[in-house]
Design a protein around this ligand. Structure first.
Ligand code: DOR
Length: 476
């Protein structure tokens, strides 16, 4: 493509050097007594980490003098989790979260990489802001990748300088928080995206259909007298963008899908061979619109919590491969934006530190005995998924969508083998714990799981060989 067709490409863009965390010394860590679970299978093995790499995987590894030994008895030792959907709020809303606190919360949740959403203030719609966030991520407790905005100011009108952002390593573009409403703008974005080899990620909500709604439109919203956002607000945009994916041949990723018909649309698009992928959020696998009965803004989120049937469909779509990833949509908000009326409150809920337990509860029970289930969705739930299939949704499949796997030049998603980057998490699938918002690493407290007992906890996280979380406590 000649450069006159790509006016957004300007010279002088430099790529910030993202170096290993300064603390990644050649120290030895032995992770002892766990079951290694990665894309290649499951085996009982100790994992020896030297510096920032896996040095050995095998039975009964001995620990050299001075080594750190981490107990993994009864635990899964997995590649670090990768979150495709994290709101880090920096720049602009640092009272809710910043890159450092968000990365620490991610590490506590077992994540070794997050994709920072661009709905910051200012938004990540220029190389300058993307570079700022990337630089803030150097030295954080996990890898911070950046999603660029599709349009300038996320206003849905003019395309952002996608070429400049791609030159910085940005692989995903989204106006998340809102969808791109103008179909012509979305078509152009997909065409440019295809040329650049990047993925366009859509927040599917038709603004006109969703306008004024604070929860799912259905029986509960009628009963409560709260204006709703219909399932169709999501589905018309999923259907529209599948048509655009067919038309342009571009890659599109559907963010936080929440309805049964969205799952069916994606399944049909995949069967047709279109380059589509999809994520669901832990809360859409576990909570329904019945939670809104108390008018509690903690449960207000976009897209909204849906019905039992939608929860069951989302779980089935995880099990049958329609859904590629579970992504948190971690959306921190300060108290003044949540401790208010339902119509005033900001949408969104924390996700990073509870995701493993909630997802295991929704998809892998009875291993984790239903910690995250809603009562209503239980009886019709699909059969439990194997640990490896659940971890695939949380680690190596999202790593691939983000372009972060080793064969894509990255260091995420495993497999766990000698010479691989030591980005690892250790999960105890049977540990029961009560969620205390005050003890979360996030700067915000807006978790819908406050006070509830969940099953499944991240015990240790290693980022580039450094134990950044030990026995569920952040080390920095
Ligand atoms: O509920 C939501 N909150 N959905 C989004 O898409 C954006 C997010 C936020 O940024 O708070």
């Amino acid at each position: 493509m000649p450069d006159r067709c790509r006016p957004w490409i300007r010279s002088g863009v430099t790529v910030p050097e993202v170096r290993a965390a300064p603390s990644a010394k050649r120290h030895t860590v032995v992770i002892r007594g766990g079951t290694v679970v990665d894309a290649t299978g499951e085996r009982r093995a100790d994992v020896v980490v030297s510096g920032d790499q896996v040095a050995a995987v095998g039975e009964s590894a001995s620990a050299p003098p001075g080594a750190t030994v981490l107990d993994a008895g009864g635990c899964w030792v997995a590649p670090g989790l990768v979150d495709l959907h994290t709101h880090l709020r920096e720049p602009g809303d640092e009272d809710a979260e910043n890159v450092e606190s968000g990365a620490r919360a991610a590490a506590c949740g077992g994540y070794t990489a997050v994709l920072a959403m661009p709905n910051t203030d200012p938004p990540i719609d220029s190389a300058a802001v993307a570079r700022e966030v990337l630089e803030l991520g150097v030295g954080a407790a996990c890898r911070v990748a950046v999603a660029g905005a599709i349009t300038v100011g996320r206003a849905g009108q003019r395309l952002a300088p996608m070429g400049e952002l791609a030159a910085l390593g940005v692989r995903i573009f989204t106006d998340d928080g809102t969808g791109v409403q103008d179909v012509g703008v979305m078509r152009r974005a997909l065409e440019y995206g295809r040329g650049l080899g990047v993925t366009l990620a859509q927040h599917c909500e038709d603004a006109a259909l969703a306008a004024g709604g604070h929860m799912h439109e259905g029986a509960w919203s009628s009963w409560l007298g709260v204006p709703g956002r219909p399932a169709e607000a999501e589905e018309v945009m999923v259907a529209r963008d599948i048509a655009l994916a067919r038309m342009t041949g571009a890659r599109i990723h559907f963010l936080h899908l929440s309805t049964a018909r969205s799952m069916a649309l994606v399944a049909a698009a995949k069967a047709e061979g279109l380059a589509v992928s999809a994520e669901v959020a832990p809360h859409h696998l576990s909570l329904t619109d019945a939670e809104m009965a108390g008018y509690d803004p903690l449960f207000k989120v976009n897209p909204p919590l849906r019905t039992d049937a939608d929860v069951v469909a989302a779980r089935s779509a995880c099990a049958d491969g329609t859904v590629d990833a579970v992504a948190t949509d971690h959306a921190p908000h300060p108290p003044e934006r949540k401790d208010t009326t339902l119509d005033d409150a900001a949408p969104g809920m924390l996700g990073l530190e509870t995701a493993v337990a909630v997802v295991l509860g929704a998809l892998a029970a009875p291993v984790a005995d239903g910690g995250g289930r809603t009562g209503g969705a239980g009886p019709r739930t699909p059969p439990p998924m194997a640990a490896r299939d659940v971890l695939a949704l949380l680690s190596w499949r999202p790593a691939r969508i983000a372009g972060l796997t080793p064969d894509q030049g990255g260091d995420q998603g495993g497999p766990i083998a000698p010479g691989a980057a030591a980005n690892l998490c250790v999960i105890d699938p049977t540990h029961r714990w009560q969620v205390d918002p005050v003890r979360l690493a996030s700067r915000s407290r807006n978790t819908p799981w406050a006070g509830r007992t969940l099953t499944g906890r991240v015990r240790h996280t290693l980022y580039r060989g450094e134990p950044v979380v030990v026995d569920a406590e952040a080390q920095r």
